[in-house]
Design a protein around this ligand. Sequence first.
Ligand SMILES: *Cc1c(COP(=O)(O)O)cnc(C)c1O
Ligand code: SF4
Length: 431
Amino acid sequence: MEYKSYSLHNFREIPQMRYLNEEQKFNIEVVGTVLPFKTNNYVLDELIDWDNFETDPSFILNFPQKEMLDKSSYKIIASLLERNASKKEVQDAVRKIRLGLNPNPAGQESNVPVFEGQKLNGIQHKYREIMLFFPTQGQTCHAYCTFCFRWPQFALNEFKFAMKEADTLVKYLKAHPEITDVLFTGGDPAIMKTRFFEAYFEALANADLPNLKNIRIGTKSLAYWPYRFTIDPDADDLLRLFRKMKRKGFNIALMAHFNHPGELKTGAVKEAVGRLISAGVQIRSQSPLLRHINANADIWAENWREQVKLGIIPYYMFIARDTGPRDYFAVTLNQAWHIFRNAYNQVSGICRTVKGPSMSCHPGKIQVVGVTEVKGQKVFVLNFLQGRNPSWVGKPFFAKYNTDAVWIDDLEPAFGETKFFFDENYYVMQA
Ligand SMILES: *Cc1c(COP(=O)(O)O)cnc(C)c1O
Ligand code: SF4
């Protein structure tokens, strides 16, 4: 299958654009000028139901929607495009709007380590056991998600996390024997040719790192381009490489992003999952909870059931990050808990490996365990699934109930406390 990619400059050539009227195409152009936009022939031909495209989750996931920009930003860009403004004028306006969209959420910048006096821009090390690695060749994706918090990487160069040298990666791991997991991330590292995977994996395998157990790959390719693992020219080589790493004693885990059950239904994705599992690769799934895409318990239950049937292990339900068009996708913490609980309730135990709903915020991954009443006060029960300080993990704490809250910043400690238990330590760590 030949990969055909579409973005702002050629989307009008997409055959299915015949289903859209001029106004709908113009909206894509306006919003796509601000938010990164890219799709491909697999998504277009296999995932989107064009008879109902306006509400189709794969369509909304790839194609910019008018409501993803606030009204005034929309108007500014629309009028610039209508009067054929100069490139420079458009770029200046776009830049301003982007910087207002919180391009660097949850202080990712502060996860970038300094090592031997040098800032390692291709690494993030926030949680003790696990290091994120951003290979230079993996900083794009087979298609772009409209909700994505990594969007500045495609749109704003100065926020790019990337690094070339496998050497530095290995050196950093040697200096940090507490690390058991390396997570290749991006963008989507599975966009890389197999020979790049090979170079990085060989470096890890030859480095004598006795504590390194798990090599993880965070990827959306199973949903956006499953041919990466089936009929792409170097797909067989990739599977052979995974097998070889298994033989050398590493666990290879694909952290797969599936946002709704439609992404699991094609023959191509089923074949890809089957081939990966036969090669000994573990597949775990994660997704944010997104209004307009999957904000419904039955969708999640179906997603988990379908995944488990294929051999995928449900792993995380995330709260959508506070970046980009977050208002368009936002679900309140209260709704998120209800959706999680109602989905969790209708599946069997083997689907309940999933954790969530969880906010990846500055102090850590905070789970909304639920809403309850303690001594007459309604509260959220929260819990760290991961902490910038590992000792915070697994210690329930309380916040005042607030039906409007969509993120940790909207929460206050319960019972008249002025601080959460981790606040003081957290401020010390920041200093
Ligand atoms: C989520 C995340 C990880 C992975 O955490 P696990 O709970 O082990 O899957 C690692 N680093 C960062 C910065 C993360 O946000
Ligand atoms: S595939 Fe992942 S990194 Fe790429 S746009 Fe989607 S969510 Fe973002």
